[in-house]
Design a protein around this ligand. Structure first.
Ligand SMILES: [Zn+2]
Length: 276
């Protein structure tokens, strides 16, 4: 439980789940025995954490970006209580390496070599998404288990794949792909609010859900969309249907997750053991 920590000082009761997360994981840190009247602040590797009350203490999701470095990541915490000196703790969490596959794809040149106007469009759209993913809604909108967005038992693939398209290295694949026929329902992985409905060049028709505290889930290449921006969503609610819009070689759902701007493996979100 306390693996990888050097000096936890008097805050002491800090547990990492898992104890040794991997690159690309959604991990979480649990600070126990903290009164609800207190506030908890902290960071890992300089990235701020957003804590919420949980099981007699506080918890925060930690996103380990797919291009973060393995090794010891320093963390620090402060418990702030009215009428007390802030209690602080620091330590290191060991982040394990993970090897990602290399995928070589051949695509029609027209899908890869963009004219300057399309290049600008794609860059503007990417910036809009990055800005959204870094926007912090200060309340937690999700509860309990996350559910897969497409029914079935197939294990989705491709997270972190280093893609070489027509011989040129491209950005690593930031999510997983569920292959499914056009028209298959796509459902919300957890409760939240619809943060974005758009039609962008690479992601095609898309929905982004804001689950609060910096957690977002992403649903790309949709054929149809059944929700509107600002709408409150329950876990399992239909968002739209699988399609092949944007840059897609066939119908599939691209499912992604972001924790405060870190691109994480959404299948680790599906296994998250925060139970409340
Ligand atoms: Zn994908």
């Amino acid at each position: 439980m306390l693996a990888g920590q050097v000096a936890t000082a008097e805050v002491a009761d800090v547990a990492w789940h898992p104890a040794k997360p991997r690159i690309g994981d959604v991990a979480w840190v649990h600070v126990r025995n903290v009164p609800e009247s207190a506030a908890v602040e902290g960071s890992v590797g300089g990235r701020p954490l957003a804590f919420f009350p949980y099981a007699g203490g506080y918890a925060a999701l930690v996103g380990l970006d797919l291009q973060a470095k393995p090794g010891a990541h320093p963390w620090r915490l402060a418990v702030i209580e009215r009428g007390h000196e802030p209690r602080t703790a620091r330590g290191r969490v060991q982040v394990l390496r993970r090897d990602f596959p290399v995928e070589r794809l051949q695509l029609p040149p027209a899908m890869v070599e963009l004219d300057p106007e399309t290049e600008r469009r794609a860059a503007t759209e990417a910036t809009r998404l990055q800005t959204l993913y870094r926007t912090l809604t200060p309340e937690r909108l999700w509860r309990g288990r996350f559910t897969r967005p497409v029914a079935g038992t197939e294990t989705p693939t491709g997270f972190g794949a280093r893609r070489i398209i027509n011989g040129h290295a491209r950005a690593p694949h930031g999510g997983v792909d569920f292959s499914a026929p056009t028209g298959t329902p796509v459902v919300a992985a957890n409760s939240g609010r619809v943060a974005l409905v758009e039609e962008f060049f690479f992601p095609g028709r898309l929905v982004v859900l804001d689950h609060g505290l910096g957690l977002y889930t992403l649903y790309f290449h949709l054929d149809s969309v059944a929700v509107a921006e600002g709408q409150r969503i329950e876990r399992g609610q239909t968002l739209g249907t699988v399609g092949a819009t944007g840059r897609a070689t066939g119908p599939h759902l691209h499912f992604g997750a972001q924790v405060r701007g870190a691109r994480v493996d959404p299948t680790t979100l599906l296994r998250l053991d925060v139970l409340d």
